[in-house]
Design a protein around this ligand. Structure first.
Ligand code: URA
Length: 237
């Protein structure tokens, strides 16, 4: 791979910034200064920029407990993004797999593995997403049935069958909901369809990937090899 691409992928800077550093002799490969951006480097070779060692990482996977108040985007002019919360990232091409609303918390997978993201998000694969929600109003078995039968949320078709579990029913209620699709504001629209408003929403799982409850909102960790494998499998079932 070209040296400038390697360094660009590793977030050292833009292509032109990286080229400048290389031409200034600030980059070494295996201890030798290399001044040609097109120099072919192996992923196993040791590359240093101004004394800092870089190792090449092709794919990265992080589990983030998204806090409320940040947006699920790669960049935003006004607001903190979920990528700003991953300071130890190496790749600059990471993105969140799917979107959570600004006020939603919970599980978000951040990666640069486009194939995996496609498998998890493709409507064809029907990957289950489970949420905890606190909502206004009482909730009853009738609502459980309505969720199971599909709701009119203003789309052409009703929602696919969803599982509503009542955890606590009162003036405000607590529930767990599992959906198999990912329409815009889907959970909020489903509750609105039965006359309730969502007060708090947190994603607990996506397919076999379950939020690590030791992560506080805003915290993250790399996925384990086992979790990566589980994600790959859940997109194919
Ligand atoms: N449904 C919503 O309404 N909001 C989310 O953030 C995720 C699912």
């Amino acid at each position: 791979m070209r040296l400038d691409k390697y360094l660009c992928d590793m977030g050292v800077g833009t292509r032109s910034q990286v080229k400048q550093k290389i031409r200034k002799g600030l980059v070494t490969v295996e201890g030798e200064p290399v001044r040609r951006p097109e120099y072919q480097v192996d992923q196993e070779q040791e590359v240093c920029v101004e004394g800092e060692v870089f190792s090449y990482t092709e794919l990265e996977y992080y589990m983030l407990n998204k806090p409320a108040g940040c947006v699920s985007a790669r960049a935003d002019e006004q607001c903190r993004t979920v990528l700003d919360l991953i300071p130890s990232k190496k790749r600059r091409d990471l993105f969140p797999v799917g979107r959570l609303d600004k006020d939603t918390e919970g599980l978000l997978l951040i990666t640069n593995d486009g194939k995996l993201a496609h498998m998890l998000l493709s409507p064809r694969h029907h990957v289950d997403k489970t949420y905890f929600a606190r909502i206004t109003g009482r909730i009853s078995e009738e609502h459980v049935k309505a969720f199971r039968e599909g709701l009119d949320i203003g789309e052409k078709a009703r929602t696919l069958p969803a599982v509503l579990e009542i955890l606590d029913s009162g003036e405000n209620s607590e529930v767990r909901v599992t959906i198999r699709e990912g329409k815009y504001h889907q959970i909020k629209r489903m509750f609105r369809a039965i006359g309730c408003e969502v007060l708090y929403l947190k994603r607990l799982s996506m397919g076999s990937l379950v939020l690590d409850e030791s992560l506080k909102p805003g915290e993250y960790r790399p996925l384990t090899e086992e979790e990566i494998e589980l994600c790959r499998r859940c997109g194919t079932t």
